[in-house]
Design a protein around this ligand. Sequence first.
Ligand SMILES: Nc1ncnc2c1ncn2[C@@H]1O[C@H](COP(=O)(O)OP(=O)(O)OP(=O)(O)O)[C@@H](O)[C@H]1O
Ligand SMILES: [Mg+2]
Length: 250
Amino acid sequence: MANQLEIHDLYASIEGEPILKGVNLVVPQGEVHALMGPNGAGKSTLGKIIAGDPEYTVDKGEVLVDGENILGMEADERAKKGLFLAFQYPVEVPGVTIANFLRLALNAKTGKEVSVSEFYAKAQAALQTLDWSEDYLSRYLNEGFSGGEKKRAEILQLMVLEPKYAILDETDSGLDIDALKVVSKGVNAMRGPNFGALVITHYQRLLNYIVPDVVHVLVDGKVATTGDKTLALELESKGYEWVRELAATG
Ligand SMILES: Nc1ncnc2c1ncn2[C@@H]1O[C@H](COP(=O)(O)OP(=O)(O)OP(=O)(O)O)[C@@H](O)[C@H]1O
Ligand SMILES: [Mg+2]
């Protein structure tokens, strides 16, 4: 059985309105893929469905993690299967420090009590990579954080939790150049045979830092075309119209 995140013929809708119309996409462990596409194509919807957002109805298809269909699983079960979704914890959690939050999340993911020293070793290594002060571990999660700090906190979670597959939706986060670099550093530090990622982005610039193995383009709820990193450059110079035409003619 292949170690991969596989989205197979996925159809999904919201209040009867179809949004995903047969998405097929495979991210093998060990590879970083980018998902691009025009506004409203369904990129964030795809991410939210993989995260288990109950707002959306899956009409058909499967999302397989190492061969196992995760649709129908609770969010914490999905995390145990090794999935990490960047918008999983978008809220401020007053009264819960980053350190406590991360330890709880790590315990939940591994299904055992991780020792304090083991936890701090992981957290410190990640903080160092992200060029971030240890003081942040005692801050309340996301409370009063700037956009860039939230992004750092999210990537810190990614690095401490060490998931098998991560889906990072950067679209709405208004990343400045520092945040772009933080995301890139974190993702690049995770790269290796045991890690796969789907990075959703409009920014060709991000892909200069996180050089993707594969680029997929989602148009009107379907993957219209797939290519290597040069596809992102082609989109940058030519726009999306030609991909829309490709999608329309099948
Ligand atoms: N909760 C919702 N209620 C109504 N329509 C929705 C909802 N969520 C998504 N949609 C619609 O589904 C379509 C796809 O939205 P989605 O956010 O997935 O696009 P996207 O590809 O992420 O776009 P962007 O590049 O702008 O982030 C849009 O037309 C959007 O209006
Ligand atoms: Mg989006």
